[in-house]
Ligand binder design. Structure first.
Ligand SMILES: Cc1cc2nc3c(=O)[nH]c(=O)nc-3n(C[C@H](O)[C@H](O)[C@H](O)COP(=O)(O)OP(=O)(O)OC[C@H]3O[C@@H](n4cnc5c(N)ncnc54)[C@H](O)[C@@H]3O)c2cc1C
Length: 431
């Protein structure tokens, strides 16, 4: 059995720790925050809407205490406007995983519980803000050291992979606030006049950016929505820079909704920030980044990345939190399968590229497609999915399983076949 160090206590670090403990390894988890700091004094590191299949990883590891009561979403209600001011957007309605429930379950609540329970499961929890020099020392002490520090500065111990990283700059300016109904109604009513399912609501403006409403299970307020803005820099949604509170972010969200999505005005009138949570909001930006398979530290020790440290996805297609769970489980299984052999750079490179082939490559392609002006093939797939709900279900199955949709969104011949199969003529498309 291996002695494993994990640095970083977000979902990726915790799932990796629990998977390894279940398999009998010796695990030390380094966290810069105590469980109480995670729960009461931290912002969520992201909204992290998880698909049912991803929550299954937590169920299988005995880490899921919330999904039976979560505010489950079923799919996406998507309004697609050509430009800001377009009063007649196209609409698409499709189910994730053909209707399995997912949710953004508050990461602070999940991580708090997982850290509280860790030592009872046989792990060791060290509360320490790990510096590069300490990481160097830690990496010499175990059989393998995994860096799960998200997008924090410490992630730079593993170099960016220029070949696999499409971008070197942030593609959107991001903001997020967790909100509820001011009038006390259940938030599922916000969109129920338009769809019988609970949606992630997606508003897409080709020229300005996107905003989402993500079904969210807040740590104290329960059913709520995380409103997430993806503003194109310099565009009309790019108004969040420098805001200082959840209330300020929510005021700008409401103002943008009133101006740009008149069809959601009644919701704008009912939205309020969850004011008892001083940390339920985010404003920032980062370049989507893929890192190399390992970092070599000054003393010769090696560290390998997991979760956001391995691939930091722009949140546009909700891939990052799902990849955190999947990559952690994937790496844990490879460590167990490796037995008593040495965890050297050859092994780390192999595991990293297998992870890339299984999840990362297609997830990046899928995500990047929606960050860019849609290619003709992607446009045809989107237009087909607006016209046909079965096609939309197939497109949204592509969120958790991008390998099923990448051929169609990247190749016009396959896109035409997809359109024809759903009775849509490419002549009716803007593609
Ligand atoms: C606005 C926004 C919305 C998002 N929406 C979605 C979504 O809908 N669906 C989805 O799947 N994903 C989403 N994501 C992405 C998702 O939140 C992340 O991918 C996920 O949180 C990554 O988990 P992680 O464990 O890799 O990193 P993190 O959650 O960032 O955790 C890393 C942790 O490591 C610890 N750490 C850092 N540095 C040190 C150090 N020096 N010493 C010790 N500990 C350290 C910190 O406690 C840190 O929190 C969103 C992200 C953002 C920003």
């Amino acid at each position: 059995m291996a002695k494993v160090n994990i640095v970083g206590s977000g979902p990726a670090g915790c799932i990796l720790a629990y998977s390894l403990l279940r398999d009998g390894h010796k695990v030390t988890l380094y966290s810069d925050r105590t469980p109480d700091q995670w729960l009461n004094h931290s912002a969520p590191t992201g909204t992290a809407y998880l698909w049912g299949e991803t929550i299954d990883i937590e169920r299988q590891l005995g880490m899921d205490f919330w999904s039976s009561d979560m505010f489950g979403g079923h799919g996406v209600l998507f309004d697609l406007a050509a430009h800001v001011g377009d009063a007649k957007p196209k609409t698409m309605k499709g189910l994730f995983e053909y209707g399995r429930e997912g949710c953004g379950i508050d990461q602070r609540m999940r991580v708090h519980r997982w850290l509280e329970d860790l030592e009872g499961k046989g792990g060791k929890l060290e509360i320490e803000n790990v510096t590069p020099a300490r990481l160097d020392a830690i990496a010499l002490t175990g059989d393998v050291t995994i860096l799960a520090a998200g997008k924090a500065d410490l992630a730079n111990a593993i170099p960016r992979d220029a070949e696999r990283s499409t971008y070197d700059k942030p593609q959107r300016n991001l903001s997020m606030a967790i909100v509820r109904s001011k009038s006390g109604r259940h938030v599922r009513e916000w969109f129920s006049d338009r769809w019988k399912y609970v949606p992630t609501k997606f508003d897409f403006f080709a020229d300005a950016g996107e905003y989402f409403w993500v079904p969210f299970q807040h740590k104290t307020a329960g059913p709520s929505y995380a409103a997430l803005f993806e503003a194109k820099p310099g565009g009309p949604f790019d108004r969040f820079n420098g805001l200082k509170s959840g209330e300020e972010v929510t005021d700008v969200i409401i103002d943008i909704m009133r101006k740009h999505t008149p069809w959601e005005r009644h919701i704008a009138d009912d939205v309020e920030y969850i004011s008892e949570d001083r940390h339920g909001w985010l404003v920032g930006r980062f370049p989507p980044t893929v890192r190399q398979a390992f970092g070599r530290l000054p003393s010769g020790g090696l560290v390998m990345p997991v979760g956001d440290t391995a691939i930091a996805f722009d949140p546009i297609c909700g891939q990052g939190g799902n990849f955190a769970n999947r990559s952690a489980k994937f790496i844990a299984d490879r460590i167990t399968a490796h037995g008593d052999s040495k965890f050297d750079e050859v092994w780390m490179t192999k595991v990293n590229y297998l992870l890339w082939a299984k999840y990362g490559n297609n997830q990046c392609f899928f995500n990047n497609t929606f960050l860019e002006k849609l290619s003709p093939a992607a446009q045809l797939v989107v237009d087909t999915s607006c016209a046909n709900d079965d096609a939309a279900d197939a497109l949204y199955y592509g969120f958790p399983h991008p390998e099923t949709m990448v051929p169609a969104i990247s190749d016009m011949k396959v896109a035409r076949t997809f359109a024809a199969r759903h009775g849509f003529s490419h002549k009716d498309s803007g593609a």
